[in-house]
Design a protein. Structure first.
Length: 94
């Protein structure tokens, strides 16, 4: 006689990843004073654990909304992430 038991640990793993990313983000926020370097670093955090790519947009009253940080899981496609269009409606704040 054999007994097999399976447990779905998807939520547990997601929670672990989220906690790790929040801890790393907190360390970065406490450490980096250079805003541009901080935003580029924050863009790297969730890739590839939670996302294929990230783009961070920043609002500047003089320039409007600009992509400040971008990171792609595939280094050959990072330029595509940086050039991706903004979310619908974001550009209206310019």
């Amino acid at each position: 006689m054999a007994v097999s038991v399976f447990h779905d640990i998807t939520e547990l793993k997601r929670a672990e990843i989220t906690q790790r990313l929040l801890a790393e983000a907190g360390e970065m926020l406490a450490r980096d004073l250079d805003t541009q370097a901080l935003l580029r670093g924050l863009a790297r955090l969730p890739v590839p654990a939670l996302a294929d790519y990230t783009i961070i947009y920043q609002f500047d009253p003089a320039l409007g909304v600009t992509a400040t940080g971008a990171h792609h899981a595939d280094p050959g496609r990072e330029h595509r992430a940086a050039g991706a269009p903004m979310f619908h409606g974001v550009g209206q704040y310019r």
